[in-house]
Design a protein around this ligand. Structure first.
Ligand SMILES: Cc1cc2nc3c(=O)[nH]c(=O)nc-3n(C[C@H](O)[C@H](O)[C@H](O)COP(=O)(O)OP(=O)(O)OC[C@H]3O[C@@H](n4cnc5c(N)ncnc54)[C@H](O)[C@@H]3O)c2cc1C
Length: 488
């Protein structure tokens, strides 16, 4: 495709039909939209980026960044309370200064926002338009009274919280990820509804900061989808931090009385009640497809599953692509960015890159963290792949012992009889960092035999991965010796 040179100024074409169609028009300035706009502009494309709320999207304002910043404060406090176990006497640790924790979070957010400022985007040749975008046809969008035409478009409008249908909840009031980071006062007590990554992370964080915290999850284990032993460790960790855990639990009614929320829940069929100051819901996300007039552009979508895309991220309109939470089951920032980059190649450069070819790790940032990449055992078996798993408990890893981080494990799944990595789950204090080693090996097509030969800095927790690789090599070598003996 021949790209027209990009505009030198981001001044919106107010009140008029834009004279030249943009090579790429991007709706949504979250991680997906920003990554696509930047890559396309750097390649010389004429790019427009439309944002209705704030640049940075859910990740920066109401997701990854505020949550991880607060979790850091909570972890520090937990470590300080545990200091005596390390021979450090810190009397009267007390609770957090919640206002100061939130102030730090806002400073961190502002600092990161500078990277994505409107001025910076302008400098990169991206025409930023603020307002809610709506399709008016198969090749044009209206935003704040301006009609913009495009050769190719990317819908990267992300997701919004899925709200539970609970009697009285609306009237009693509740928090979601869109409001919890605006709190100025630590709730004395908090009920978290939902035991996915968001619920588990924030339940542990608020408990550590000093709230009496309850978590209610409708299934028998937290983190649906993760391996059972990993989810079990998260359960133990939350309990250790004083979170009241309710599994197989459904909240059926909420009633406001005397400024507090009276909760009726049913656990394993048995009703019970409790009273809390705040309720935080985190039961899932819905793709943000409303108000886009996708019908006018011929883009098929489903209110629950989002925009329909093929493996090349094309929608049912060949000019329009989608990326990130609005179309993908795996709703993570790294997935949003990676999918957006695929769109730039496929939409502007006739690429044929497939979403299914990506290797995407993810992590739940509880303490210990739970990280995963590739296939789970059940998925490999469903595909008829024979699996062998090599497990190294963190209590066998020298650096984990010196750090007092013995909770957790590294589990690597390979195709049985080979060193080919299928997937891995890591539970540990820095599981999110460790999983990157395995992702790297998988992307590079490196088997466990080569990984076993990679000398790691000593002592590091990353050695757990090498130890798992060595276990695989020993097992393969022993198998070869047996075969040799039997055939000799
Ligand atoms: C509490 C929480 C913690 C999280 N932590 C992590 C984590 O640790 N790691 C991780 O990888 N992921 C995490 N996530 C998920 C991550 O935030 C999302 O996957 C990521 O933000 C998706 O990026 P996106 O670009 O697809 O969408 P979004 O970030 O949602 O951005 C979409 C943008 O589009 C804009 N928009 C919507 N409609 C329109 C319209 N019609 N016109 C113009 N603009 C529009 C929105 O205002 C928004 O700015 C977390 C999420 C939550 C809620």
């Amino acid at each position: 495709m021949k790209l027209t040179p990009h505009a030198s100024s981001a001044t919106p074409d107010k009140g008029a039909l834009s004279p030249v169609a943009y090579d790429l028009l991007v709706i949504g300035a979250g991680p997906a939209g920003l990554a696509a706009a930047r890559d396309a502009a750097a390649a010389g494309a004429r790019v427009a980026l439309i944002e209705s709320h704030h640049i940075g999207g859910n990740c920066l304002h109401e997701g990854c960044i505020p949550s991880k910043t607060i979790l850091r404060s909570a972890q520090l406090l937990a470590d300080m309370r545990n200091a005596l176990n390390y021979g450090v006497d810190l009397p009267d640790v007390g609770n957090a200064d919640f206002a100061a924790v939130m102030e730090r979070m806002r400073r961190v957010r502002d600092r990161i926002l500078r990277v994505d400022s409107a001025a910076r985007l302008d400098g990169e040749g991206i025409a930023l338009h603020l307002g809610h975008a709506r399709f008016v046809s198969a090749d044009a969008v209206d935003v704040a009274g301006t009609r913009l035409r495009f050769r190719k478009a990317l819908v990267a409008t992300g997701s919004r919280p899925l709200l539970p249908d609970i009697e009285g909840l609306e009237a009693a009031g509740y928090l979601t990820n869109e409001s919890v980071f605006e709190l100025t006062r630590l709730p004395p007590s908090l009920l978290v509804i939902g035991g996915g990554p968001l619920g588990c992370e924030l339940a542990q964080g608020f408990a550590r900061l000093g709230s009496r915290t309850l978590i209610c999850h409708s299934e028998p284990l937290f983190l649906p989808g993760e391996e059972r032993d990993a989810a079990q460790m998260v359960s133990h960790a939350l309990a250790r931090d004083g979170v009241e855990i309710h599994l197989n639990c459904n909240i059926v009614a909420v009633r406001l009385e005397g400024g507090r929320k009276h909760i009726t829940m049913v656990i394993d069929g048995n009703p019970s009640t409790t009273v809390v100051d705040e309720v935080l819901t985190g039961i899932g996300r819905l793709p943000a497809v409303q108000g886009l007039d996708l019908e006018k552009a011929g883009v098929a979508y489903d209110a629950g599953a989002g925009i329909q895309v093929d493996d090349f991220l094309r929608t049912t309109n060949p000019r329009i692509f989608a990326a990130g939470d609005v179309c993908l089951e795996e709703a993570y920032t790294n997935t949003a960015e990676a999918s957006a980059r695929i769109v730039v190649r496929n939409a502007l450069f006739r690429g044929r890159q497939r979403m299914s070819a990506l290797t995407v790790p993810w992590c739940t940032y509880t303490d210990p963290q739970v990280a995963h990449v590739g296939l789970y055992v059940r998925q490999a078996r469903a595909q008829g792949i024979p699996v062998k798993t090599y497990t190294v408990p963190m209590h066998d890893v020298v650096r984990a012992i010196t750090d007092g981080d013995e909770e957790g494990f590294v589990k690597v799944h390979v195709r049985d009889g080979t060193d080919r990595i299928l997937g891995a789950t890591i539970v540990g204090r820095c599981a999110g960092e460790l999983i990157n080693n395995i992702s790297l090996a998988m992307v590079a097509g490196m088997g466990l035999r080569r990984l076993a030969g990679v000398i790691h800095a000593y002592p590091t927790q990353g050695e757990a991965v090498r130890q798992a690789a060595q276990a695989c090599v020993r097992s393969l070598d022993a198998g070869e010796k047996r075969t040799h003996k039997n055939t000799a």
